[in-house]
Ligand binder design. Structure first.
Ligand code: PMP
Length: 491
């Protein structure tokens, strides 16, 4: 145990130890039943006399915060939890630097984000999430895999390992991508902590604060938040039924000279659209002509229920133009925090080094377990099963929308992915609908968070159709229908 001691402080050492432990106990960071270090050991660790530690323990015992068991040690006793101090950031008792933290746009949508289903309803149904159905993840198998990996690799599994990522996992990823028509070498794969880290690494490496990035409008709110937090100037090109309107791109490139184009070409978040084949080719040509790299975020490209897949932008790249990013968060579980990027040319080495200074490495244990778990065959089987289920759920949501929502709803059914993107009729506002929906026991993502100008998304909302069973979807959309009617009656 480390306790900071200040030998210049007039407060005696035993009191400093006592205060430190008291704070730990009262704040809960030292949980009830925690065994404090033996006084001899702590005295040695802190370079003080044993009596000093014993005096501190006695003072805590006298106040009923610890008790000693003869021959066993000193243990923390349960306390009444301290009331949480709720101070605003403007509170003058915080140090000055804490009162003046840069905002970085991080609190921009706090009000709407804070409105979630946790409040109230006995059987809430959330369509707000950005991931797939966790019940499909075979948790028991994964637990066994984790144990088997520890048995097989022992302590090696807990080392930093190869900074590019565990080599066999990079190979498996290359096989998976090859099965999707993207031929790459494992030497070009960098494993990251989710694809969010890949987005952060690429954009921070290529852009300085104040530089311009081009995104689709709308686009993934987590990317917008990231680019805002990094102080980039963000410009956008609108999305239609065939993805980014690439014909509007050239003018933007000429006018604003962005340093990076961020795009989600498959089952776009939030709209669910796919970039057409012709536009993919056009995008690569423009990237070349204007010397701008493309950041391709393929977060659910393999979750296709119908229609034909278009080649990845990376597959059309003659070399070094496109950085491809993907993740295991959506197909498996987001808490694994394993994603990856594929890059070639000098930028790959820079990204490896940049990742290293950011977090040293991604968990080797999880990478090994994932590699063991995600043999290509098993991954493909999981994908087929999930796609079959999600396809039916998408259809169930479309039917329920027809049945329970008023006419005038605008929707363009996606051929895969996770989301339905819906426009409310009569200029109804999704932000205004949300509290009513929550009171009915259902929620969704309001569209405004996906736009640079929030007002552009006011009538839109995003529904995740993969997380619930068909019955729940029917029930949830019925509740949403009631909320829309209530909003219509007061608008
Ligand atoms: N890209 C898109 C389009 C997403 O929707 C998300 C998560 N919702 C991510 C990237 C990041 O996910 P993760 O870091 O879990 O891979």
């Amino acid at each position: 145990m480390r306790i900071p001691l200040d030998r210049q402080n007039p407060l005696p050492l035993y009191a400093q130890i006592e205060n430190h432990l008291r704070q730990g106990i009262l704040s809960g960071s030292l949980a009830p039943e925690t065994r404090l270090p033996a006084s001899r050991q702590l005295a040695q660790d802190l370079g003080v006399n044993r009596i000093t530690v014993e005096n501190a323990y006695s003072a805590l015992e006298a106040d009923g915060l610890v008790f000693s068991r003869v021959g066993s040690g000193t243990y923390v006793l349960p306390t009444n939890p301290l009331p949480k101090i709720s101070k605003t950031s403007a509170d003058a008792s915080w140090p000055l630097w804490q009162q003046n933290l840069p905002d970085r746009g991080l609190g921009a949508r706090a009000a709407v984000e804070g409105m979630r289903l946790s409040a109230g309803h006995p059987d809430p149904i959330s369509f707000a999430g950005g991931v797939s159905d966790s019940r499909l993840f075979p948790a028991d198998d994964f637990r066994k895999v984790l144990q088997a990996v520890m048995r097989r690799d022992g302590i090696d599994a807990l080392d930093y390992g190869d900074r590019r990522g565990y080599a066999p996992l990079r190979e498996t990823i290359a096989h998976i991508l090859a099965s999707q028509g993207l031929q790459i070498s494992p030497e070009n794969v960098l494993i990251t902590a989710g694809s969010q880290q890949a987005l952060a690494l690429v954009s921070q490496l290529l852009l300085e604060p104040g530089d311009t990035i081009l995104v689709e409008s709308p686009t993934y709110s987590g990317a917008l938040d990231l680019f805002r937090a990094l102080n980039f100037k963000i410009i956008s090109v609108p999305v239609d039924g065939q993805g980014m309107q690439v014909d509007l791109l050239e003018k933007q490139l000429q006018q604003h000279h962005p340093k990076l184009i961020y795009t989600i070409p498959n089952f776009h978040n939030p709209t669910g659209t796919c970039l057409s084949g012709a536009r993919r080719h056009q995008l690569i040509v423009l990237s070349d002509r204007y010397n701008v790299p493309i950041l391709e975020d393929d977060f659910v490209g393999d979750l296709r229920y119908e229609g034909r897949a278009q080649p990845a932008l990376k597959a059309l790249d003659p070399g070094g133009r496109v950085i491809h990013v993907s993740t295991f968060s959506k197909m498996l579980m987001p808490g694994l925090r394993v994603g990856f990027l594929v890059a070639d040319g000098p930028v790959y080495d820079s990204l490896v080094k940049f990742k290293r200074v950011n977090d040293l490495a991604t968990s080797g244990l999880i990478q090994r377990a994932l590699e063991d778990y995600v043999t290509v065959g098993r991954y493909q089987a999981h994908l087929r099963r999930s796609s079959g289920i999600f396809h039916k759920r998408r259809d169930a949501m479309l039917v329920a929308i027809q049945r329970h929502l008023p006419v005038g709803i605008q929707i363009d059914p996606p051929q895969g992915g996770l989301f339905l993107w819906m426009k409310l009729p009569q200029n109804l506002s999704a932000d205004a609908l949300l509290p009513l929906a929550i009171s009915e026991g259902v929620d969704f993502m309001p569209g405004s968070g996906f736009f640079l100008e929030e007002a552009d998304g006011l009538n839109w909302l995003r529904l995740n159709f993969v997380v619930h069973t068909e019955e729940k979807i029917e029930d949830g959309i019925k509740r949403l229908g009631r909320a829309v009617k209530r909003l219509q009656s007061i608008s």
